[in-house]
Write a protein that binds this ligand. Sequence first.
Ligand SMILES: *Cc1c(COP(=O)(O)O)cnc(C)c1O
Length: 809
Amino acid sequence: MSILSQIIDDANMKNITKEFSRLGDKCYLDNAGAALYPESLLRKINEDLLNSVYMNPHSDKYTKDCVDQIRYLILNHFNTDSSNYSVIFTSGATQSMKLVLEAFQFHNETNNKGCGSFVYLRDNHTSAIGLREIAKMRDVDVLHVSKDEFLDSLITSEQMENNWEEQQNHSGNTLFVYPAQSNFNGFKYPINCIDKIKNGCLNTQMKKHLCDVDCNWYIMLDVASYVGTSKLDLSVTRPDFICMSFYKIFGYPTGLGALLVKNSSANLLSQKKYFGGGTVDIVLSTEDFHIKRQTLHERFEDGTIPFLSVILLKHCFDTIYNLIPKSNNIMDVISYHTFYLAKDLYEQLLHLKHVNGSKAIMFYMDSDFTDIHKQGGIVTFNIMREDGSYIGYAEFQHMAELFNIHIRTGCFCNAGTCQRHLKLSNKELKELYKSGHKCGDEIDLVKGQPTGAIRVSFGYYNTFEDVDKVVAMITNCFVKTKPVTPKRQLISIEGNLKLPTGKLLKTSNINIMIDKTVDSVPRYDEQEFEITLMEIAIFPIKSCGAFKPQSWKVGHKGFEYDREWMIIRENGVCLTQKQNTYMCMILPDINLEEKCMVLNFKGMTSIKIPLDPLASKYTELSLCQSKVCTDIVKGYDCGDDVANWISEALGISFLRLIKQSDDHERVRKKNLDEKQTLLSLSNQAQFLLINRATVKWLQDRISDPSFVDDLPSVTDRFRGNLVIDMKKELVESEWKLVIIDGHEFKVENQCSRCQMVCIDQKTGEKTVEPLRTISKEFGALKFGIYLSFIGHKSKNCVLRTKSQVVVKM
Ligand SMILES: *Cc1c(COP(=O)(O)O)cnc(C)c1O
């Protein structure tokens, strides 16, 4: 059993986690996406803002001094001072990089001989790759080097000795940008090699591309990912330009970053064109004449900087300096702490095996956690099934959400590294794009190959329990083994920069599970069996309970009154079952005769609201409904009484009930050239059809003894509008057209079920099933088919249960 190391002792760790009690049982593992802010930070910030009078720093000397004080603090944090580096406040790492590219002097003015190039590491963040567009606009050659080319150049340049300081007379200035730490997998690139790059160690790469190697090298280091959990010592490593965002360190504030410029390289930023408020010494409005300010940051901070955010950074520094035990540099403590958490996870996953002995995890790492100088607190991987096939990251994501674990999946804005590790060629990527895959979508597997990965990243507030939660979730859902928690031991990092070499853990106690293979789905060309419509369900309020009439009218948006209401929070954001599982226990009852809807909730007296919002003079409003395809929904607020009733039922203050207004019409996304389909607030399509035989088939395969739902309850979890019954399971995915009692429906696509199916619709309780079994049996979370209404041959538009269903393939 391995001894893995714990850096922060339990008492201190308790102190830290107390600051994040708002997480509840949520496990946050996306520190590389954004750090979380500690609670006491907000208290300090509030107090400061309530007691101070800060004004525009352009007009108020005191505020300006406070801002300058922060510049000092930042430099101090990175172990340097204003005689060496200058701080320019920006909106983030991305803007910092853009500023440099726009202002960098690629031409060497002193001898006017030539122009340098823009060179980037392929494994950069997208924000750095995008800089090439600015370089192209500025007529600068663009080149890229691979990770191996870069690292090899550093090794082979060992012998070169010329001193770059003395030779500033090359023909042009070349800018090289690379990350100090990969946001993809936490690999730390060497940062003690700035002099080697300046000495031209990359010239051999330039020659390969027949480029002029007679240039001065300048380095822009993207430390956005690195500085969140590592110490950057600018007295040791001295890049020319350094880009960062503060939310990646402190979690707060967002929209604030910095560009640090080495003073001796500041003159290279001579090509800045634009000038904004505060950046000029003189400007004439009638003549093309202005002189920019001399002080670097005054020249570069266009307009008014977010001075309140800047001033509040003081509390950000104070809070973590107070929170982290100080036997060492606090960033070293954070660095070791996060490194050991990631190493612990890495080693537990490394030894995860399926019952048949096949390995369960495919890692996308560039280091093996033996050297903290090469690896940060991030683990990136995909999970494989027993037969070696991959589990898609989107599917993993749904499971993780169900377990209340927040993990980032996809390619994390790092196409280069993603492509390298997933072994996707440019051609393949372009084909994927053509077939509809875009960055950030849910197409996680194409022909069985993953298009992205799972990234677990740790912050100082994470604990070994978080590691165990992830491992438990993976073994619970995807790999049937019992994890063995490694022994953890408190160690000190003082003078102990080498890791203790422990033996790796072994997993034992494997639970044997009998795997059931899916029979291949038979094709039916003719409908040779009887199908009946068993159930009609409408969900008047989005995410709330079902109303099941015997017959119901089909309108132009789907079933009449289906998802015409929604519950919104105080901030206008729509509430869904994902955030509050008890929504399904609000049971609406529509009474057409009385023209009203009655809402029922266990333990409360029912409440009645009119169906026609105009009948009761509701206030009209329009709100942006990002949950439903990012569009504006016009609606009516249904008043205080029902709002209070719902707030009380769900235990969330200030909820409102909104009815979609009739004149507003949502159109189904995609296929814009086709006839447009109108939608209510349902997410994807007008109708969801569920085949009860398939649900039965699935239910038979759920082996979890704690899952005791009967067939109707399992069926309810899928929240279908039309539930059919027939003798055959799994055939519905083949259908093109469904005709129910003369009403024709076109089959749009299969429904990719989200984790909502794991909510027991009677109790609001979350279970792992049936998602786990769907994932196991289908390899993808697809269940049920979406339909849209085409038209009807009968005289009325009413669907009735027990009707015959005819399908066409
Ligand atoms: C997050 C990140 C960026 C982009 O930072 P923004 O805050 O989005 O500007 C760039 N590079 C790396 C390595 C990052 O991790």
